[in-house]
Design a protein around this ligand. Sequence first.
Ligand code: PMV
Length: 310
Amino acid sequence: MATESPLSTFGAGKVILLGEHSVVYGHSALAGPLSYGVRARGVPAKKCQLALPATLSRAQRALLTGAFARAAKLVGEPAVKVTLDPELPLSVGLGSSAALSVACARLLLRAAGQEPSPKEAARLAWEMEQEFHGTPSGVDHTTSAHEKLLLYRRAPGAASVGRGRSVDSPRPLKVVVALAGERSPTKVTVAGLRARQARWPERYQRLFAQIGRLAMEGAKAVEAGDLEALGDAMNVNQGLLAALGLSSPPLEEMVYRLRGLGALGAKLTGAGGDGGAVVGLFVDPEPAVTQLTRLGVRCFSSQLAGPRAS
Ligand code: PMV
């Protein structure tokens, strides 16, 4: 490390507005960065290491240590001790592992004397993401590293990362994220869907293609400032996710709650399954956050794109 002062880097969480799961099968997804994420801090040390809290299970420690070591090796194992500070709820569909990967990638690159571009941070974070998820689509860490609303599409071939096109919004794009209980790991939900689509490929491919079209239409709606059209695409996407077997009573209930509170559109976000996060699109999210908090729902608002009030 160049100086004695601690290094500090950030990786943003993400929210998928349209296209989770079908993105794994090569279709488009629309995703944006959250203002919450994971912060990594580094101090000079004798060797390159990741310090983990004792509260983690042995399996979690092994996974994190292995993923970190894979990335560290690629940048020459700079002499830095890294600690992590997650601001995001973990494993609910908000891209915590990608945020962690991006924060670590940025920190390792900076400790190795480089000031990484989003592309370079994404490339190194991808190495960690593969350890966490096997064959992720790449939408999570790409959105996190670029910190922009992206229309993302996976590159053909499991070994390559995909591409994101930045989507500009003339209007503030604000969401409420609300948590609807615990859920199974992404891997499990993705594997269940893979088994169903292998059994009935035509039916499932048809739905994936429809969802990919919704993502492209949603991006156009954002660019045109048509939040109502984006909200409608989100509602239709929720119906298709339910058709794919990815929703559940806790998620549906939260979706209807957000719609009842004035969401222009609401759907599960991330892998879904038996619980996890729900995203609602709002012109003014704060009254909904106040109301949900009063009811004991864990939730927050975030602006994903568009002009910000100064
Ligand atoms: O639930 P998360 O944050 O792990 O998001 C998963 C998104 C999926 O589309 C279901 C998987 C992927 O690799 O894109």
